[in-house]
Ligand binder design. Structure first.
Ligand SMILES: [Zn+2]
Ligand SMILES: [Zn+2]
Length: 145
């Protein structure tokens, strides 16, 4: 049998990876590890792993920017919807968000339970993003009525 290699790290694929291969956006085969490094993210709120929708133009869709990080990336802290890729520019020592590529959705409520370190931005899963927007909407209504 021909040995298949991962198109990214060039490692040989194991039997399981050959049988149910995962693919890069360009259709080449990736080993599980490379696929996960590239396209799987851990949501810091529910702590579940989620895969990017490789068919979608915008994926992942939601971005969490902590207040601690906001000064480095140039936008305020909060939950953002990504409307355009690429949405950031990599600097030599830092990255910055490109104007107009992300839309602010809501603040992160201070009681939000999260597993994060405060030096990076996070993708969050669709479910948690929607729940967060709903939650902040509710507190708004309660405050103003
Ligand atoms: Zn690989
Ligand atoms: Zn989540």
């Amino acid at each position: 049998m021909e040995i298949q290699k991962c198109s990214s790290c060039k490692d040989d694929l194991d039997r399981e990876e050959v049988e149910s291969p995962r693919h890069d956006k360009d259709g080449t085969v990736l080993c599980d590890e490379c696929f996960e490094n590239k396209y799987t993210h851990r949501c810091p709120i529910c702590e579940e792993l989620f895969d990017e929708d490789l068919e979608a133009k915008i994926a992942p869709k939601y971005l969490l920017i902590l207040n601690e990080v906001s000064k480095y990336v140039g936008v305020a802290g909060g939950l953002y919807e990504i409307v355009e890729y690429p949405f950031y520019r990599d600097g030599i020592t830092e990255m910055s968000i490109i104007k107009g590529t992300v839309h602010w959705l809501c603040h992160i409520p201070t009681d939000t339970d999260m597993e994060v370190d405060t030096s990076t931005i996070y993708y969050i899963c669709d479910g948690c993003a929607v729940a967060l927007v709903k939650k902040t909407d509710v507190s708004h209504t309660m405050r103003w009525t």
